[in-house]
Write a new protein. Structure first.
Lengths: 307, 242
C-alpha cells in the first residue's frame, strides 16, 4: 500500500471538512471582524442532531443514504436557528463594544453549548451508523472509499455553490459590500443587519454539513468534538488569510493535507518517539508559524483602499 | 424638498452641531460652506442617519407624495425614499469592480431593465469609467473614484443628493470634471446639498448657501450675493478686503 498517496486521500477528505468549517469562521470575520469561537460548537450540534435523527429512524429500515439526507434536513435548520440566536443575543448587543467583549461572549457561548450538549447527549461517544456501503476503489496502491468520494464531491459542490452565491448574486455582492464597509453599504440600501444574520446562518448550514461528514467519516460524535475541530478550522482560516473566502477553502485543504501527511510520517521522522496520535502538533505548528511569519495568511493581501 | 429644524449633534461630550436649521428647495443646489471642523460633514452624516445620536426635525417633502420624517428611518431605507449620500473620502468599494459598484448604487431598484438603462446612460456619459468598468475600484485614481462615487449615487435616481467634499484631494482638472457632473445633475432637476471647503467653487455652482461656523449657521443668502460679501471674501475666498 502506498502510504504517501493514501495520506493524500485522507488529507483531502479531512481538508474538505476543515474548509467547510473554516468558511464559517472566515465569513463572519470578514463581515464583523469577530472570531466566532462558538462555531466549532455549532458543528458539534450538527453532528449530534444528525446522529439522533439517524439512530431514531434506523428501525424504520429506510436506506441509510436517505437517513443521512433526512438527518441533514433536520441538522441544518437546527444549526441555522442556533446561529441566528447566537448572533442576535450574544453578539449583536455587543456590536459597538470593544473587540474583547464579543470575543469573551463567543467563548461563553461555546462553553454553554458544550454543557448543554453534554446534558442532552451525555458524556459518552456516540457511534455513527454507516451511511454508505463500505465500497472502496484502488488507485495507485491506495484506497479510497465511496464515502470519501462522496464527501469530497459534496464539499466541493457546496463550496462552488457558495462561491457562486458570493461572487455572482446581488445578495453576495451585498455581503461583500457589508464586509468592506457596512456604513457605506447601508447607504446603498443594503439591510446590514439582515446580511450579518444571513452570513451566520449560511456558515451554520455549512457547519451542519461538516458535522454530518465528520460523524460519517470518523464514525463518532460527542459533546466535546467541536472544540478541537473548531480550533483546527480556525487555524485553516488563518492559514488561508482570515476574512478571505478562497483562502479558507485553500487553507482547509492544505491543513488537512499537512496534518494527514505529518501524522502518516511522524513515526519515521521521530524514529518512533511520537506516534500518529500526535498529528495535532502539525495543525498548531502551522498556526504558530503563520501568526509569526505571515499573519495575513496565504491570501490575506488586500487591494489598497485608495490609489 | 428637505427641511431641517434645530439639528443637534453630540460627539462624546463635544457638540459638533448646535441647533441648525436650513432647507433645500425642489431642484435647488444649496451649498454648506465653512472651515475644517465647522460641522459640515457631521451635518450630512446626521441627515444620512449615519450618526443615530443626532436630534432635531428632518423632513423630506417630495413633490409627489407625503412628507417623510427622515429621523425615523434606518440608514438603509433612505435610498428607497430618494436620498443618496456621496460620502467624504468617496467610499467606493475598493475590492469590487467599477461595474459592481455602480450596480450596488441601484441595489434597491427592482426593475432590471431600468438599472441597465441607467447604467448604459451613465457609462455613455463617463467614458473613463466605461474603459475601467471591469477594474477593481481600488485601482482607480482619486478623481476617478470620486466620479464613480457620484455615478453610483446617481444609479439610484435620487431626488435629493448629499455631496460631501467632492473636490477634496483632487487635481484641478478632475475637480472641473466632478463639478461638470454635479451641475449636470443640478440641471436635470435633482435637489442637491453640497458640503464643500472650496467656497468659491461651491458658491459658483449653487443657488443658495449657508455658512457654518463652529456648529452654527452664521450667514445665509443667495450664492451670487455671498460671493460679493466682504465677510465671506475675507474668511473663505482668501481675498483681501480693503
Amino acid at each position: 500500500m502506498d502510504i504517501f498517496l493514501q495520506q493524500i486521500i485522507n488529507g483531502v477528505v479531512l481538508g474538505s471538512i476543515y474548509a467547510l468549517v473554516a468558511l464559517g469562521y472566515t465569513m463572519v470575520y470578514g463581515i464583523l471582524g469577530l472570531i466566532n469561537f462558538a462555531h466549532g460548537e455549532v458543528v458539534m450540534v450538527g453532528a449530534l442532531v444528525a446522529y439522533t435523527v439517524m439512530t431514531a429512524l434506523l428501525p424504520t429500515g429506510l436506506p441509510p443514504v436517505l437517513l443521512a439526507l433526512l438527518a441533514l434536513l433536520v441538522a441544518a435548520p437546527v444549526c441555522m436557528a442556533l446561529a441566528w440566536i447566537i448572533e442576535r443575543y450574544a453578539y449583536r448587543p455587543l456590536r459597538h463594544a470593544p473587540k474583547l467583549a464579543p470575543l469573551i461572549s463567543a467563548i461563553g457561548v461555546s462553553i454553554l453549548l458544550q454543557n448543554l450538549a453534554m446534558m442532552i447527549w451525555g458524556r459518552s461517544y456516540h457511534a455513527f451508523p454507516d451511511i454508505l456501503p463500505p465500497l472502496h476503489y484502488d488507485i495507485g496502491g491506495a484506497q479510497i472509499t465511496l464515502l470519501q468520494v462522496v464527501t469530497i464531491l459534496l464539499a466541493a459542490g457546496t463550496m462552488a455553490a457558495l462561491a457562486w452565491l458570493i461572487q455572482r448574486t446581488a445578495m453576495g455582492q451585498a455581503m461583500r459590500a457589508t464586509a468592506e464597509n457596512p456604513a457605506i453599504a447601508a447607504l446603498m440600501g443594503v439591510p446590514v443587519n439582515r446580511i450579518i444574520t444571513l452570513t451566520f446562518v449560511i456558515g451554520a448550514a455549512l457547519a451542519a454539513l461538516a458535522g454530518l461528514m465528520v460523524g460519517a467519516n470518523y464514525s463518532v460524535a460527542h459533546y466535546y468534538m467541536g472544540f478541537m475541530l473548531g480550533l483546527k478550522a480556525f487555524t485553516a482560516a488563518v492559514l488561508g488569510g482570515i476574512g478571505n473566502i478562497t483562502g479558507a477553502m485553500l487553507g482547509g485543504l492544505l491543513l488537512g493535507l499537512i496534518e494527514s501527511l505529518g501524522g502518516g510520517y511522524i513515526e519515521d521522522l521521530t524514529g518512533g518517539f511520537l506516534g500518529s496520535n500526535y498529528q495535532d502538533i502539525f495543525a498548531f505548528l502551522v498556526l504558530i508559524s503563520v501568526l509569526v511569519f505571515r499573519p495575513g495568511g496565504l491570501m490575506g493581501e488586500r487591494v489598497s483602499e485608495r490609489a | 424638498m428637505l427641511e431641517v429644524r434645530d439639528l443637534h449633534l453630540h460627539y462624546g461630550g463635544i457638540q459638533a452641531v448646535k441647533g441648525i436649521s436650513f432647507s433645500v428647495g425642489q431642484g435647488e443646489l444649496v451649498a454648506l460652506i465653512g472651515a475644517n471642523g465647522a460641522g459640515k460633514t457631521s451635518t450630512l452624516k446626521a441627515l444620512a442617519r449615519m450618526l443615530p445620536q443626532a436630534t432635531g426635525r428632518v423632513h423630506l417633502n417630495p413633490v409627489d407624495g407625503p412628507a417623510i420624517d427622515l429621523m425615523r428611518l434606518p440608514a438603509h431605507e433612505l435610498v428607497t425614499h430618494g436620498v443618496a449620500l456621496v460620502p467624504e473620502g468617496r467610499g467606493v468599494f475598493a475590492r469590487q469592480t467599477v461595474l459592481e459598484n455602480l450596480k450596488l448604487g441601484a441595489f434597491r431598484v427592482q426593475d432590471r431593465h431600468l438599472v441597465q438603462q441607467r447604467l448604459d446612460e451613465l457609462l455613455e456619459r463617463l467614458p473613463r469609467l466605461k474603459e475601467r468598468a471591469s477594474q477593481l475600484a481600488g485601482t482607480l485614481s482619486g478623481g476617478e473614484q470620486q466620479m464613480l462615487a457620484i455615478a453610483r449615487a446617481l444609479m439610484s435616481a435620487p431626488k435629493l443628493l448629499l455631496l460631501d467634499e467632492p473636490s477634496m484631494g483632487l487635481a484641478p482638472i478632475m475637480v472641473d470634471r466632478i463639478f461638470e457632473l454635479i451641475t449636470a445633475a443640478r440641471d436635470s432637476g435633482v435637489s442637491i446639498l453640497l458640503v464643500e471647503q472650496n467656497a468659491r467653487l461651491a458658491l459658483k455652482v449653487s443657488h443658495r448657501a449657508y455658512v457654518l461656523e463652529s456648529g452654527r449657521i452664521t450667514l445665509t443668502g443667495n450664492s451670487a450675493d455671498l460671493l460679493q460679501d466682504d465677510r465671506v471674501k475675507a474668511a473663505y475666498l482668501g481675498e483681501t478686503v480693503c
